[in-house]
Write a protein that binds this ligand. Structure first.
Ligand SMILES: Cc1ncc(COP(=O)(O)O)c(C=O)c1O
Length: 324
């Protein structure tokens, strides 16, 4: 595996609750900085595979459950990720890895979930990690999680407040010498992206609902179907016009649940319009699929009036390229 130019592998962490032999070896050969250990099976796997010690963090589930969708909370005790504190699995994992010749335990990791609008859960999670601290702990990775505004009603904390609670928390609990790592994902990119769809049909069911169907859906944005996530929608060339029509924006897939926005007010939507959903820069393209044989859309970067394609539109030939 070749890393893109400019990436320093030593600054990369390897995550995942089920890393294969091949992935662990690939990470070791590439010089990945830290393995984030998730299970006793994985510790055994590393001990069997590695011939030189690799730096490692223990992923801890601190027992904190922020108010976000269940599918994106990850720090509660009942989790497929990491080692719990309350069940003493984290303490046992630490003991085990400290005694390992193939793993060099340098710190702790906790990612309690995503799209979080409160700051208190981070403070509580860091305090809980503190129960496990020892001389060996030189790195504390406090994960990502900062929520973003998908609609005008959403009011996430500021980046400054988010960083402050994490940095201050680690300093207070672990002392000044510990290296702090933060893993923001969504908050870096969500509001940098929009999705532009073409309206294909407008179906009015008198007295019931009007469906505006677009040329995408759950294959390019699974979040509404997976987590009930809410989005806004507007017609691109009438963004300044007062919306007058209550519609349901539906995708083109074979599920009735393929609904992108349940209730959206649009300005006189019509076939051929370009319909935009803002804030799709995170977990959209990354979660896209070819469901129903749909080709994935391109990714286009725009700045200063210029546009360039950075991921080309998928073709039907791409869909069959791996068939043998
Ligand atoms: C371990 C880990 N860190 C960070 C992130 C990024 O989270 P977010 O996009 O909420 O900032 C994720 C997302 O799944 C993750 O699994």
């Amino acid at each position: 595996m070749a890393l893109a130019a400019g990436f320093d592998p030593a600054r990369i962490h390897m995550h995942g609750n089920n890393k294969s032999d091949e992935e662990i070896l690939m990470a070791a050969r590439a010089g990945v900085g830290n393995l984030v250990l998730d299970s006793f099976d994985e510790i055994e796997r590393c001990e069997r595979l590695l011939d030189a010690p690799m730096k490692a963090l223990i992923r801890v589930t601190p027992g904190i459950k922020p108010s976000t969708h269940d599918f994106i909370t990850t720090g509660q005790l009942d989790s497929k990720f990491g080692f719990g504190i309350a069940d003493r699995l984290a303490a046992r994992a630490i003991e085990r890895v400290l005694a390992s010749e193939q793993l060099d335990l340098v710190g702790l990791h906790a990612h309690i979930g995503s799209q979080i609008f409160e700051l208190e859960p981070y403070r509580l999670a860091i305090a809980a990690l503190g129960e496990l601290a020892g001389d060996w702990c030189r790195v504390v990775d406090v994960g990502g999680g900062l929520g973003v505004a998908y609609t005008a009603d959403d009011a996430p904390p500021s980046i400054d407040d988010y960083v402050d609670v994490k940095v201050r928390g680690v300093r207070e609990v672990f002392g000044p010498g510990v290296r702090i790592l933060v893993e923001p994902g969504r908050s870096l990119v969500a509001n940098a992206g929009i999705t532009a769809y073409r309206v294909g049909t407008v179906k009015e069911i008198p007295g019931v609902r009007t469906y505006v169907a677009v040329d995408g859906g759950m294959s390019d944005n699974l979040r509404p179907m997976l987590y009930g996530s809410r989005y806004e929608a507007l017609i691109a060339d009438r963004a300044g016009v007062e919306p007058d029509t209550l519609v349901t924006v539906a995708g083109m897939h074979c599920e009735s649940g393929d609904v992108i926005v349940r209730d959206a007010m649009l300005a006189a939507p019509a076939v051929g319009d370009v319909l935009v959903t803002p804030a799709t820069g995170a977990y959209g393209h990354a979660m896209a699929s070819n469901y129903n044989g749909v080709t994935r859309p391109p990714v286009i970067f725009c700045a200063g009036g210029e546009a360039r394609v950075v991921v080309r539109r998928e073709t039907y030939d791409d869909l069959t390229a791996r068939d043998v």
